[in-house]
Structures are given as structure tokens and as C-alpha cells.
Unconditional design. Structure first.
Length: 231
């Protein structure tokens, strides 16, 4: 394996590990937790911690669409962050890409879709780069980010399925979770780590043991846990 960034999985989750409020894309933790009494009061702490994470942040087009970037009419305040967004379907439309490009320093859009709308916008935005792969290999992506963009530290904030792929491929170095005082429930609601489960004890090496580094009691019954993934 070549050189790659040091990666941290950083997420907001409920006590039962849910990273969404329900089982469809109309429901989302960012949009919904702020509406719940007993949860909304301390939610600002997650965003304050998020503002201290790495200069490069990886997410997906689906998550970006869920938080509403495709329909935003007013630009977010510019932040000194670079976004790596994996988007194949695509989930992002022209407005969403426009919004993100006005929001962050650089948008590196990763796709396996040769017809992605981003190609028609490449000349419009000087801070838009596109990384195309015939088939996405997360290890190669991380190595390319390191070699082509000097990404030495990367925060991962993607959905449960992609988080699961990073974990299974042993590409997560640290985990930093903020736990909201909330029980969501629902067996089909996305969790911190989703994707294919192991099916026998021969696959136990795909599970990742953790070493607790910090346990911080926050205000309003929130908790922050920081782990190192054991090798």
C-alpha cells in the first residue's frame, strides 16, 4: 500500500448509533435533531467541534443532497475547507455544485459517471476538480489524494454504507463521534457503520478493535468519544 492520508471518521449519532432520524432521504440528523426538545439545546457543540476538524473533508453527493445543497438559494459563509465528494448517480445537480463551490476552498468531485453534470461546469469554477475512476477503489483514491493534492489528514463524514467500506478495507485510523441524547430506533435507519455484515467467525479479522483516547462530557447531556483504531 502506498502513502495515504491519516483518516478520522467524524460523525454525529444518537445513543443507539443512528446517523439519521429515519429511513429515507427526506429525514436527516442535521435537519431534524435541531427540532427536538432536549436535543436541539446542545446540538451547537457538534458543529463547533466539526469546525476544528481537518482541512480536507470527505463526503458523498447523497449526503450533500440530503442536507439540501441542491435547493439552497442563499450561499453559505465561505469556509477554509476542501471537500472531497463521491458522487456517481449523480445526486448533485448544477445548483448543488454551484453552492458547494461558493461554500468551500476547493471541491474535488470523485465519480465513476462519465456523464456527471460537473463536467459541463468545469470551466465555470476554478475551484472544481474532477477525479474519474472506471471503478472506485477507496485505497487508490486515498493514495491519489495524498500524491496529487498533498492531503495528509482527512476527515470522513459519509453515510453508513461508505463508512462501512472504509472500515472493512482498514482505511480508518481514528474515530471521533459526538453522541446526542436521543434514541431513534428502526432497523432500517442508517447507523455509523452499515453495509454487508460478516457471516462467519472466519471473517472476524474484518472487525476493528478500538483504543479509547478521550471521553468528554459535553453540555446538555452530549458526549464526545475519540478512539484510535488498533492495528
Amino acid at each position: 500500500m502506498g502513502k495515504r492520508p491519516t483518516t478520522t471518521l467524524f460523525m454525529l449519532e444518537s445513543l443507539d448509533g443512528k446517523i439519521s432520524s429515519g429511513n429515507n432521504d427526506n429525514l436527516d440528523a442535521d435537519k431534524d435533531f435541531c427540532k427536538i426538545d432536549g436535543v436541539k439545546e446542545g446540538l451547537h457543540q457538534y458543529y463547533e467541534i466539526e469546525a476544528t476538524t481537518d482541512y480536507y473533508s470527505l463526503n458523498t453527493g447523497r449526503v450533500m443532497a440530503k442536507i439540501g445543497v441542491n435547493n439552497k438559494k442563499e450561499y453559505h459563509n465561505k469556509v477554509e475547507v476542501n471537500f472531497i465528494v463521491i458522487d456517481n448517480k449523480p445526486h448533485l445537480n448544477e445548483n448543488g455544485i454551484d453552492y458547494i463551490c461558493h461554500w468551500v476552498e476547493k471541491l474535488i468531485l470523485v465519480t465513476t459517471n462519465k456523464s456527471h453534470i460537473a463536467y459541463s461546469l468545469k470551466d465555470k469554477y476554478s475551484n472544481l476538480d474532477i477525479l474519474f475512476y472506471e471503478k472506485l477503489d477507496l485505497e487508490i483514491l486515498l493514495e491519489d489524494l495524498y500524491s496529487e493534492y498533498n492531503v495528509d489528514k482527512l476527515t470522513i463524514q459519509s453515510g453508513g454504507n461508505l463508512n462501512g467500506l472504509f472500515v472493512r478495507e482498514n482505511l480508518i485510523d481514528y474515530v471521533n463521534v459526538v453522541i446526542a441524547p436521543l434514541l431513534v430506533g428502526g432497523k432500517d435507519v442508517s447507523t455509523l457503520i452499515d453495509g454487508k455484515a460478516i457471516e462467519s467467525d472466519r471473517e472476524l479479522d474484518k472487525l476493528r478493535a478500538l483504543e479509547l483516547m478521550e471521553c468528554n462530557k459535553l453540555n446538555d447531556s452530549y458526549i464526545q468519544l475519540k478512539y484510535k483504531v488498533k492495528r
